[in-house]
Design a protein around this ligand. Structure first.
Ligand code: NIG
Ligand code: FE
Length: 408
């Protein structure tokens, strides 16, 4: 075999064993190859194995310095485009106000909507770019980005149009755009739903501005019936679907997602046995967001129980100003090991193949032949440092399609 690039001097290469979502018992299995090598051709993995077993030739040999290598991470849930801040909310919450109370009185998400409406497209791009660069330095080469801080089609389209502009600047990183129908306007709810289903979703689908539609099902946001209407329209227009479900109350969002074949249901802090059972029997992935647990003080989603029941779990940062100002997917993994009691292997699977599957991608997240050659070189020779380290970056360098894009 001949390859463009051969990577050698890898103390440990650690990877899920196949692409696509891993569920239940498969969550526990990662392959560890000591003294490994990786051959890359045309941005994809051509060969992986023990260094001594490589019998081919290569144009270039790259020495990775005796470090550990893992697949690059996917962040399947961010709200990286916003203007303004939520520092007053933060202080109010520390003094006893709750996230839901702030939202109910027209603050919180509505505050960010107000500031995002006032920002130009160029300003939104300039604000989001350094946030996404933080996520990349923390190990993400694939990042989902949601809209959702608009209450008019114009405001939502402006947010979505920021994403392809960010994509151009961040190539070869992958950004996946999602239209989020986040909260209803304070008056004119019915008319808004009509506009979303008849005007916004068709236009987004027609212009190719998003690949999925997400709805926030919650007491202060949308009902299950409203979400079904919105997601039905998404389906009709060929878009995938996702939900923010069970963040504060289990209102039926998870069951709706399972019934409609959602790619993922995200949050799950208030999920109980019934929701775990429904999810475990489905193809829908449960996305946990440890930053929200830490920042809002919510009890962690029952990720352990979901894994034991045979479900698939992914981890996201939920990067946003109100519930999760977490700019590192690696820290999200590290938090999931403590707050949700995921093992390092489970956290790696949740942040690679499962996170990619949660946004509809099955071509990345495992270092196996034909997968995208997106990988991380760690500072350490032991891969477990990735989910162990708090407050420093255990990532040494980020490689995308076999090319160095970030030296930390
Ligand atoms: O995923 N809960 C709903 N939406 C976001 C928070 C958005 C915000 O507070 O600005 C979330 O937590
Ligand atoms: Fe979110």
């Amino acid at each position: 075999m001949h390859a463009a690039r051969l990577f050698v001097n890898i103390a440990q290469l650690v990877t899920p064993t196949r692409l696509g979502a891993h569920r239940g018992v498969e969550h526990r299995q990662v392959q560890v190859i000591p003294d490994a090598a990786i051959a890359v051709q045309d941005g994809h993995i051509a060969w992986v194995g023990a260094r001594t077993e490589w019998g081919g030739t290569a144009d270039e040999v790259i020495d990775l310095g005796g470090r550990a290598v893992v697949p690059a991470l996917t962040d399947p849930h961010t709200h990286a485009v916003w203007a303004g801040d939520r520092l007053d909310d933060f202080e109010a919450r520390l003094q006893g106000a709750t996230y839901e109370q702030i939202l109910a009185r027209g603050g919180g998400i509505y505050h960010t909507i107000h500031h995002t409406a006032q920002a130009s497209l160029e300003e939104l791009v300039a604000l989001a770019l350094p946030r996404l660069k933080c996520l990349i330095r923390s190990g993400a080469t694939t990042i989902e980005v949601k809209s959702g801080y608009g209450l008019t089609p114009e405001a939502e389209l402006k947010m979505l149009k920021a994403i392809p502009q960010l994509q151009v600047r961040l190539h070869p990183i992958t950004l996946k755009p999602t239209l989020l129908i986040h909260v209803p306007p304070r008056t004119g709810r019915e008319a808004y739903l009509h506009t979303v289903c008849r005007q916004l979703i068709p236009e987004v689908a027609q212009q190719g501005l998003a690949e999925a539609v997400d709805v926030f099902v919650e007491r202060e946001a949308f009902t299950v019936q409203e979400a079904e209407q919105i997601l039905g329209s998404a389906r009709q227009h060929g878009l995938a679907i996702k939900l923010h479900a069970d963040q504060f109350h289990a209102l039926g969002g998870v069951e709706l997602g399972v019934r409609l074949g959602a790619l993922s249901v995200d949050h799950l802090e208030a999920s109980g046995e019934a929701q775990i059972r429904a999810l475990a029997r489905s193809q829908t992935i449960g996305v946990i967001l440890p930053g929200v647990n830490l920042h809002l003080g919510l009890s962690p989603a029952p990720a352990r129980a979901l894994i034991e029941a045979g479900g698939a779990v992914a981890i996201g940062t939920d990067l946003n100003p109100g519930s999760s100002p977490l700019f590192s997917i690696q820290q999200a993994m590290a938090l999931a090991t403590r707050l949700h009691r995921l093992t390092p292997a489970e956290a790696l699977i949740a942040s690679t193949v499962n996170a990619a599957a949660a946004i509809g991608l099955t071509d990345r997240g495992a270092l196996i032949p034909n997968a995208r050659a997106d990988f991380l070189v760690l500072q350490s020779a032991d891969w477990r440092d990735l989910s162990y380290t708090l407050g420093a970056n255990p990532v040494h360098s980020v490689w995308c399609e076999g090319v160095l894009i970030e030296q930390v």
